[in-house]
Design a protein around this ligand. Structure first.
Ligand code: DX5
Ligand code: ZN
Length: 220
């Protein structure tokens, strides 16, 4: 099953509620929330307060991608606020076993994220106990960046690693994915799309088009 996770980073925050309702009507499976602290990545977004407000009105699972230093300290708050999937980067979480275990103990799905410049072998060990892996196909920090083509080969290799180490793991891909190139990353299970949805005039319609494309990819 291929899952669509619109990333609200590219939404119009003035109309955030309306736009989330639109992606839900269009067939979104998860809502992807990018948390940035201005240290690990050169941008600042939002914290648990926003997760909590979305949680009150939205029944879909909330997929919280943490791009922050000291994630262990904030994970409990995000899960309390309603995060269902929580992912942390391998690059700044050296005690990845402890961090993923903390997420699981608090009842959420635990994901490990890997940047485009990091060798896939860096997450080999974590694949044994993660629930999902998020492969970045842009350098994290901003929406609307260009897809890094090399990610296609990395995805193939990651799929092989997952198949041999722990086939239950879901592969999520994030960055520069659009209706036009989604086919190239069809080996993933979860597709994060920000500007490819929210830069369109009709957010609901665009979500539906992408969802239909994913359903057709599943049939292949
Ligand atoms: C980038 C974020 C992405 C971002 C994707 O750091 O992790 O989730 O919102 O946006 P697009 O789809 O526009 O590349
Ligand atoms: Zn993200």
């Amino acid at each position: 099953m291929k899952l669509l996770a619109p990333s609200v980073l590219s939404a119009d925050f003035w109309k955030l509620g309306e736009q989330i309702e639109a992606v839900i009507r269009g067939g979104a499976d998860l809502i992807h929330l990018d948390v940035m602290d201005g240290h690990f990545v050169p941008n600042i977004t939002f914290g648990p307060v926003l997760v909590e407000s979305i949680r009150k009105h939205c029944k879909l699972p909330l997929d919280v991608h943490l791009m922050i230093e000291n994630a262990d300290r904030y994970i409990p708050e995000f899960i309390k606020a309603g995060a269902n999937w929580v992912s942390v980067h391998i690059e700044n979480n050296p005690h990845i076993h402890r961090t993923l275990q903390l997420i699981k103990d608090l009842g959420a799905k635990a994901g490990v994220v890997i940047n485009p410049g990091t060798s896939l072998y860096a997450i080999e060990e974590a694949l044994h106990y993660a629930d999902f892996v998020l492969l970045m196909s842009v350098n994290p920090g901003f929406g609307g960046q260009k897809f890094i083509e090399r990610s296609i080969d990395r995805l193939k290799k990651l799929r092989q690693m997952v198949n041999s180490i722990n086939p239950n793991i879901l592969i999520e891909i994030d960055g520069g994915i659009k209706e036009e190139n989604i086919q190239q990353v069809a080996l993933a299970d979860v597709f994060v799309i920000g500007s490819g949805i929210f830069s369109h005039e009709n957010v609901e319609e665009q979500t539906r088009r992408i969802k239909e494309k994913l359903i057709s990819l599943e049939a292949v």
